[in-house]
Design a protein around this ligand. Structure first.
Ligand code: C2O
Ligand code: CU
Length: 545
């Protein structure tokens, strides 16, 4: 099909979709060759949703409308308050207009995507209320489960908690050829934890129900760069809710209710056939240790950056904040009527405020709980075949890194109530020499979570994310002091494939191999436990041409 005809078709399906949702039809399509394959408007704003019986919950959420392209590219959302599911194909040109309907500044980050720095949602690009930001990029990633969420400085935790997050699913020819379960049998499961107050409002750092308003530029609204004992959110939250929330503002916010796809519904019916479950941990701080209640092994087919070379089995699976995992499940293996529950098992070494001023969370990190259940339907099982080979993934070659013998060390540090990397907090436009890399090269980085440079020797897990790239995990080691805790999670790590986020447990050192291709500029790397990120565990790295 020639481009002109293709554009015509795209234009008319967009017009039809616009008419279907009551929007005025588009004017003349943009100039040929200029038009993106997909053009959507993404609006961030307050809303109310029914999550629990009784009062509705104030949230902030993304709403979207299709301006051009295939109507199937925008799905109403995995559920609840979550943003739309955006479905694209590798190689497509995508334009997204962000409109800020929030009472504070925001910006969107496309988590896991390989895009130019101006398209990556760095906090330096945050837009004021009523502002707009136009994204346009070519989808360069392989098929996989990516996502998007806000990234304003010092407010990411608050905004994600209020409900702003959505899935960005990419497909490609390699994946399509496998015939994996699709449609209703390709189920996203977005995991989040929230605490509700008596009026059904989300509680965040001691205040509740402010999801849809009265945020304004409070006294220390944006947080102070680099932070300090009384700087930024720490001071602010202390005023909001006392010592407990001050600690939570630094250690991380944990909810005591588990939401799947923005809903508290405990489960769903499934057919006796194969499904693809796309798990995303979109929780602010909580890490999950996922397992079936009957101890059946989990079959993992994909990680953050898409399909693995071949399926792997795990008795349980660790999923730290922002990590994704795709599971292949054949529900035909269980008799009709079976109630199968995906649980999070107990583990050691999680964030525990038990010994601290804040007291113990109602549902501590590392506690056991049910996540979601699946009621296996009636009828004959429909056999599904899991391909033995999924994807051609090259083996990582650390020897090709410019610093193969001397990994760059990034120590995760905690000063007086402020996180940092090698002792430094966030600096909006700065990157050190160590944080400067050369375009077109590969490097080995090592995240160290020894606690050697931490206040009172406190160590907790971190979920380290690097923007702009997919990397490979090439080594892990743990100090003897923490080997017992580590033993409760280590069998659930999946380091076989492409990653953009990696769990770094207490006492652990994790080595990753990164390749800085295509885009010079300033990108972030940080802990994805969002309160850690917001209080200093975030830095820039610069890719120099
Ligand atoms: Cu998903 Cu910088 O984050
Ligand atoms: Cu962290």
């Amino acid at each position: 099909m020639d481009t002109r005809r293709r554009n015509l078709l795209i234009g008319s399906s967009a017009a039809a979709a616009a008419a279907a949702i009551g929007l005025p039809a588009l004017g003349a399509p943009a100039k040929r060759g200029n038009a993106p394959d997909l053009h959507i408007e993404l609006h961030a704003g307050p809303d109310r949703v029914a999550i629990r019986p009784g009062a509705t919950t104030q949230v902030w959420r993304y709403r979207s409308r299709l301006l051009r392209g295939d109507a199937a590219a925008l799905e109403a959302g995995a559920g609840g308050y979550l943003g739309p599911v955006i479905r694209v194909r590798a190689g497509q040109r995508v334009r997204i207009d962000l409109v800020n309907g929030l009472p504070e500044s925001t910006i969107v980050h496309w988590h896991g995507l390989h895009v130019p720095d101006t398209m990556d949602g760095h906090p330096r690009f945050a837009i004021a209320p009523a502002g707009r930001y136009e994204y346009e990029f070519t989808v360069a990633n392989r098929a996989g489960s990516y996502w998007f969420h806000p990234h304003p400085h010092g407010r990411t935790g608050k905004q994600v908690h209020a409900g702003l997050a959505g899935l960005f699913l990419i497909s490609d020819d390699e994946e399509a050829a496998l015939g994996l379960p699709d449609g209703a049998h390709d189920l996203p499961l977005v995991l989040q934890d929230r605490t509700f107050d008596a009026d059904n409002q989300f509680v965040y750092l001691g205040s509740s129900g402010d999801g849809a308003g009265k945020q304004g530029g409070g006294m220390m609204g944006g947080g102070m760069m680099g932070g300090g004992m009384m700087g930024g959110r720490t001071g602010r939250s202390m005023m909001g809710g006392g010592m407990g929330s001050m600690m939570a503002g630094m250690m991380g916010v944990l909810g005591d209710q588990i939401l799947v796809n923005g809903s508290l519904q405990p489960g769903r019916e499934v057919e006796r056939r194969a499904y693809r479950l796309r798990l995303l941990n979109a929780s602010n701080t909580r890490t999950y240790k996922l397992a079936w209640n009957d101890a059946s092994p989990l079959t993992v087919i994909g990680t953050d950056g898409g399909l693995l070379a071949a399926p792997v089995q795990r008795d349980y699976l660790m999923l730290a904040p922002a990590e994704r995992a795709d599971l292949w499940v054949d529900f035909g293996r269980w008799p009709p009527g079976t109630e199968l529950t995906l649980r999070s098992l107990a583990f050691e070494g999680g964030m525990d405020m038990g010994g601290m001023m804040g007291g113990r969370a109602a549902l501590p990190d590392g506690a056991a709980f049910a996540v979601h259940s699946f009621r296996v339907g009636a009828g004959a099982a429909k056999a599904g075949t899991l391909p033995r080979r999924l994807s051609a993934i090259p083996a990582p070659e650390p020897r090709l890194a410019v610093n193969a013998e001397r990994p760059k060390v990034f120590e995760l540090t905690m000063g007086m109530m402020v996180w940092g990397i090698n002792g430094a907090g966030f600096d909006m436009l700065g990157a050190s020499e160590l944080e400067t890399v050369k375009l077109g090269t590969q490097e080995v980085w090592e995240f160290r979570n020894d606690g050697r440079r931490s206040m009172m020797g406190m160590v907790m897990p971190h979920s380290m994310h690097v923007h702009g790239v997919q990397f490979r995990v090439i080594g892990r080691s743990v100090s003897n002091k923490f080997s017992n805790e580590y033993g409760t999670v280590s069998a659930g790590l999946v380091d076989e494939g492409w990653k953009d986020t990696v769990l770094v447990m207490p006492g652990e050192r994790v080595r990753i191999l990164l390749r800085f291709a295509d885009y010079p500029g300033l990108f972030l790397y940080h802990c994805h436990m969002l309160e850690h990120e917001d209080s200093g565990l975030m830095r820039n790295y610069r890719v120099k041409a």
